[in-house]
Design a protein. Structure first.
Length: 330
């Protein structure tokens, strides 16, 4: 009986783990507010990732047939390189990420999205999503321990692996400052983490997942300088050697409400790093690529990007001068 019990018991554990993962994935998708009705083709093979090269080939997409969200988008993210998406609100940045994650399928004739030469519509969603790490703007944490929230990135991760990921994500010291350390409960029924801390937990989780492809949605909210620095350091670890697509929101909003932290960070060159160090910047406008190139090339072009950049810098300078006037008046 004991001989039977052990394997049965193991099966029970495995079943619970799988069931838990499915429940969590569904919960995550529900929280992201995305539809999950994309279906795999019968007998679809798994995605085989060689180096994680991403290609958008003449991609067009609309949520509502009357309003195109993306029109004829083509670009390539070669192995291990970084692409930053910039553009006004509604330009189509998030849609590009959603399509790559296959929240929606492209219709026949509306182009193709390829990873290492394989059309993502032809492979299983599970294998595609295994290859992609996502760090969203507002990271979702489960009502569970920090250890569970990080370890979720890799089935069966050891305590040492979880700690190493937290260290690389600049979160270890913060975690150790809680009385229960890694066993501290977070979420609605536990410790409330700040936006920047939640994002670092998500980065640690993604480091453990170790995906060849990364989708990063930069936080729009203002973060203090120290947090900003920690996140940039954590992201640097994460993007190393992976193909990444990042949304740089902060170039699309004028930072009128910014205060002194922003001036400090821009002179420090911290958050601007995502954009300035990207191998390629795509400037989107009304669902089309208006300009593309490196930071230096786009500034030299003197077009849409150069104007957005100038507006951003001007906004920061205005904020700086009003801050110093306020200080003088005191
Ligand atoms: P933001 O910087 O504000 O996040 P974005 O550049 O990421 O904007 P998208 O979210 O990709 O823009 O939106 C592109 C277009 O698609 C917009 O016109 C938007 O209104 C529309 N759109 C986005 N999501 C949906 C949706 N779920 N249903 C219908 N239309 C949508």
């Amino acid at each position: 009986l004991a001989q039977l019990y052990i394997p049965l018991n193991m099966l029970g554990t495995i079943y619970r783990s799988i069931n838990q993962t499915l429940v969590d994935t569904e919960k995550l998708l529900k929280l992201l507010g995305e539809p999950t009705d994309v279906n795999d083709k019968p007998n679809a093979p798994d995605l085989v990732v060689q180096d994680g090269t991403i290609e958008f080939e003449n991609v067009s997409f609309s949520y509502d047939e009357r309003v195109p969200a993306l029109s004829n988008i083509s670009f390539k993210v070669p192995k291990g390189s970084s692409v930053a998406l910039v553009g006004e609100s509604g330009a189509g940045k998030s849609t590009i990420l959603r399509l790559l994650y296959r929240f929606y399928d492209l219709k026949e004739g509306d182009g193709r999205i390829l990873i290492d030469g394989q059309d993502i519509r032809d492979v299983t969603q599970a294998s595609l999503r295994k290859a992609i790490g996502v760090v969203p703007q507002d990271s979702v944490l489960f009502n569970a321990s920090i250890s569970y929230n990080i370890g979720y990135g890799k089935f069966g991760a050891s305590a040492e692996e979880i700690e190493a990921a937290a260290k690389a994500a600049q979160m270890h010291e913060r975690i150790m400052s809680f009385p229960d350390g890694y066993e501290t409960k977070v979420g609605e029924r536990g410790v409330r983490l700040s936006g920047g801390e939640k994002q670092r937990v998500a980065i640690a989780r993604t480091l453990l997942k170790n995906p060849p492809v990364l989708l990063l949605d930069e936080a729009t909210s203002a973060l203090d300088t120290a947090t900003e620095k920690d996140i940039q350091n954590a992201l640097q670890h994460l993007v190393q050697g992976r193909s990444s697509l990042s949304i740089a929101h902060r170039l699309s909003v004028r930072p009128l409400a910014t205060s002194f932290w922003a001036i400090y960070t821009i002179t420090d060159g911290d958050w601007t790093q995502t954009i300035a160090s990207a191998d390629l910047i795509l400037v989107l406008k009304d669902g089309q690529i208006a300009e593309q190139g490196t930071h230096a090339e786009l500034l030299a072009l003197g077009g849409v990007f150069a104007n957005m950049w100038a507006a951003q810098v001007q906004g920061l300078e205005d904020a700086a001068s009003s801050h110093s006037h306020q200080k003088e008046a005191v």
